[in-house]
Ligand binder design. Structure first.
Ligand code: UD1
Ligand code: MG
Length: 477
């Protein structure tokens, strides 16, 4: 089978500059779901792009290559351009012209609208099987809806035979009352499609070439509209509200698969969000309000409490992420604990057993095994040795207004509270920095560093000062 994916339209009803097919569903472009469905059952896929075609091609290629591998993608997928978009029939004509032999040598063609974020390969396979069994030369999937507005109505004669599809803009008042609509999933024999595609006319209310004009039975030609009873798969997206409904279902399906296949435990599935690109390696706990975006990896035994954002993060076995953390492009090591309310910025690497506490911000910083920064600290461009302890209020002063500089803290070093590490600076292994020290030079291993202004104490002075302030004004007269 050859698959044709229609993704050239702008999606005017979305009221956005972004092409409709590039809106995000489960952290992927919307058109990735119909693409995946075609890839599961077709040998060749022709994608028709038009409005911002280069962007659509780039985004879909990236997502598809990640899934099917570059070699398979290059050999199976072809992009053709339809410019200007003159209707779904015109888009299919461009696909056939662009694909040449691939289409004419095939026997069956599946055409899919690119705006079906819930369509699945199994639905298409079942559809194609039924078409074959019934020897239909063309067919579409249909569903019943109480709100058919904007969709093509399925026309049937008094015996129930499918006679055609009427687009809303061309429908009579009677036809508009029909509740069975076209779902945008089509099956054609290649022979019929290649023969008839150029006979389409655009003399309709929208002045477009409608692919739907090729459907409907005629003498000597079987065409079916196959009614789907659970029509979620056919949910098309034309407005951002429809997109919002589809996203919920797509996310719920993804979470369900993770529960059933990996034992992921979602405490509140409705408020959690996981990317289709994220990988889960085993049973773990995902609390309410947790978003896991991009190519994140969550290993077994991980607990993520709640209200956490992870983006391209790797969380190793049995690590714990407490409430309210933001972690981007970073690694949390085995049995490490982060948060509550910590911010790990890109390039943070925590080895095993590291503890990062509340109000700690890190960037491009590596922590050795069992190192700790338990409270209120900024560590940037730094390397923290094994078992080192970073006290509350420690700051790496890594930026001099022009350049970033590095800080190195040795193994088992103790950095007292309120220390300023003026980079570039190296603290040796087992060194001890007293609280309140501004470290402006390297500290040798095993040394104590202490830099404090002298403390001045004036007995009774505060009391006198207070008494003076309390005297009522004018009392001296
Ligand atoms: C289409 C069907 C309608 C059906 C509905 C289901 C036609 C004429 N109508 O209407 O019967 O009920 O889908 O969702 O087919 N596209 C192109 N090139 C174009 C126009 C559209 O590639 O010139 C692509 C779009 O990017 C989109 C898909 O085709 O992915 C459907 O286009 P859309 O404008 O959403 O069609 P509908 O009006 O929804
Ligand atoms: Mg549509």
């Amino acid at each position: 089978m050859v698959g044709i994916l229609l993704a050239a339209g702008r999606g005017t009803r979305m009221k956005s500059e972004t092409p409709k097919v590039l809106f995000d569903v489960n952290d992927e472009p919307l058109c990735m779901a119909p693409f995946r469905a075609l890839a599961s059952c077709c040998d060749k896929i022709v994608v028709v792009v038009g409005y911002r075609g280069a962007d659509v091609k780039l985004a879909l290629s990236e997502a598809a290559k990640r899934e099917m591998g570059a070699a398979r993608f290059e050999s199976q997928v072809l992009f053709v351009t339809q410019d200007p978009p003159r209707g779904t029939g015109d888009a299919v004509r461009r696909a056939i012209e662009g694909a040449g032999h691939a289409v004419s040598k095939s026997e069956e063609i599946i055409v899919l609208n690119g705006d079906l974020p819930l369509i699945r390969g199994t639905t298409i396979e079942r559809f194609a099987k039924t078409c074959r069994a019934e020897r239909a030369s063309s067919a579409c999937l249909s569903f019943r809806t109480s709100n058919p507005k904007g969709l093509g109505r399925i026309l049937r004669d008094e015996t129930g035979v499918f006679t055609g599809i009427r687009e809303e803009a061309d429908a009579s008042a009677d036809e508009k009352r029909i509740r069975e609509v076209n779902g945008g999933v089509y099956y054609f024999s290649a022979e019929l499609l290649t023969r008839e595609i150029s006979s389409l006319q655009s003399g309709n209310a929208q002045g477009e070439f409608y692919l739907t004009d090729l459907l409907g039975a005629k003498p000597g030609r079987r065409s079916e509209a196959m009614l789907v009873r659970a029509p979620n798969d056919l949910m098309g997206v034309n407005t951002t509200w429809e997109l919002a409904q589809a996203r919920r279902i797509a996310q719920s399906r993804l979470q369900r698969a993770l529960c059933e296949e990996k034992g992921v435990d979602f405490r509140d599935p409705a408020s959690a969000f996981v990317s289709a690109r994220a990988q889960f390696h085993g049973s773990c706990t995902i609390g309410p309000g947790v978003s896991i975006l991009g190519d994140s990896v969550i290993e077994a035994g991980v607990v993520i409490e709640g209200q956490v954002l992870l983006e391209k993060a790797i969380v190793r076995q049995n690590a714990k992420i407490l409430w309210g953390c933001v972690i981007r492009e970073s690694t949390v090591g085995v049995r490490s604990s982060v948060g509550p309310l910590a911010h790990l910025r890109p390039g943070t690497e925590l080895e095993e057993g590291v503890r990062i506490g509340n109000f700690v911000e890190t960037k491009k910083t590596r922590f050795g095994k069992n190192a700790k920064a338990a409270h209120l600290t900024y560590l940037g461009d730094a390397e923290i040795g094994e078992e080192a302890n970073i006290g509350c209020g420690t700051i790496t002063c890594n930026y001099d207004g022009f350049q970033k500089h590095r800080t190195k803290v040795g193994a088992r070093a103790f950095v007292g509270s309120d220390t300023q590490l003026i980079a570039p600076v190296v603290i040796g292994d087992d060194a001890y920095i007293a609280s309140g020290t501004a470290v402006t030079q390297d500290i040798p291993s095993g040394a104590l560093a202490l830099a404090r202004a002298n403390l001045v104490i004036k007995p009774e002075y505060a009391k006198r000062l207070l008494d003076k302030k309390k005297k009522p004004s004018g009392s001296g007269k």
